[in-house]
Write a protein that binds this ligand. Structure first.
Ligand code: UDP
Ligand code: MG
Length: 317
């Protein structure tokens, strides 16, 4: 029988946890053809979440509790759960029912069709605030544009199914800053989508504020690709062009002035122009040095991140 791991991080989810499990079991019960393990990660909750988990575990032996030493955050909590998950397929999801368990059978269906990654995609975010919707949209657009050959899917968070071999490849990645949603597309393999409407959180409250969202966005963008550093180079090229144009015009007017053909700018004007030219030139030199450093830094980042150069799906002979 195939084993499916469901990985759920819990942080101060006292009001939510019982609802989550009753809803989850409603969905899992009819899926008799699978064996399930539920990896519940307690991310240093300060309320009674751990006791609740232990209580539920008494009746459900398939629950494994991973108790972290303190609160590490959503991303590390999921990573901890994934590191111990034993399933042939692994589904990370939130504990607040915003990742509705009803989607699980659809994910499994696609997995059975042969997909290694089945992304649960948020189709509507009706209930999210205007700010959250807009920032999320901006984030996904930006990362999509700058992630090079890695195509980070829009509106997909943690919730998805990954096959054992995809998870193994993700766990092999050597980086310390782990962002699951950009690591999975990096690893690749046959991928598909299942759409769902994202409901509102019914109990408890979100642990994300704008600062943690910004941290996540920054981690995702910088760990996906060093290409953003190229911006400095682009700016330098623009400055070089501007400076060349400026230099040629300055020289032309200086010659016109010396040959008495046109003296409209005046001696003082020419001196001022020369000062501006030298200032822009110096800025260009600084920017040039910075872009040189950025180039080396992006190489260094790739080396430190130690991501594989390629991943083979299969060899057909
Ligand atoms: N979570 C966690 N550690 C934290 C913050 C959140 O394990 O420091 C868990 C939380 O219990 C939930 C999931 O991560 O299961 C998503 O959190 P939340 O619903 O607050 O995020 P949002 O849906 O608002 O993005
Ligand atoms: Mg939530």
């Amino acid at each position: 029988m195939k084993l499916v791991s469901i990985v759920v991080p819990f942080y101060n989810e006292e009001p939510m946890a019982p609802h989550f499990f009753s809803k989850l079991y409603e969905v899992l019960e009819p899926l008799k053809q699978y064996q399930f393990e539920i990896v519940a990660v307690n991310d240093g909750s300060k309320d009674k979440t751990l006791d609740i988990l232990k209580g539920i575990q008494k009746e459900h032996k398939e629950i494994r509790i991973v108790n972290l030493s303190r609160n590490f955050g959503h991303e590390p909590a999921v990573a901890a759960g994934l590191s111990v998950a034993k399933g042939d397929a692994i589904i990370p999801m939130d504990a607040d029912l915003q990742d509705p368990p009803e989607v699980i059978p659809l994910l499994l269906e696609k997995w059975e069709e042969g997909y290694d990654v089945v992304n649960a995609r948020r189709k509507q975010r009706k209930k999210d605030s205007f700010m959250k919707k807009t920032t999320a949209q901006l984030f996904y657009k930006f990362i999509h544009k700058h992630s090079g050959k890695v195509k980070v899917p829009q509106d997909v968070g943690h919730y998805r199914l990954v096959s054992r071999r995809v998870l193994d490849e993700v766990l092999k990645l050597g980086e310390i800053t782990r962002v699951f949603r950009v690591e999975v597309p990096f690893v690749g393999f046959k991928t598909t989508f299942v759409d769902y409407a994202r409901p509102e959180r019914e109990f408890g409250e979100t642990h994300y504020n704008y600062k943690s969202m910004l941290d996540l966005a920054s981690d995702s963008i910088t760990s996906t690709s060093p290409n953003l550093l190229r911006f400095i180079l682009k700016l330098t090229v623009a400055l070089v062009c501007l400076n060349a144009l400026n230099g040629v015009s300055l020289l032309t007017f200086a010659i016109l002035h010396w040959t008495n053909a046109f003296r409209g700018i005046g001696e003082f004007g020419l001196w001022m122009w020369l000062i501006i030219f030298v200032l822009v030139l110096m800025t260009t030199i600084i920017m040039g040095s910075l872009s040189l450093m950025a180039e080396y830094q992006s190489k260094m980042m790739k080396e430190v991140q130690h991501r594989p150069f390629f991943i083979i799906d299969e060899i057909i002979e």
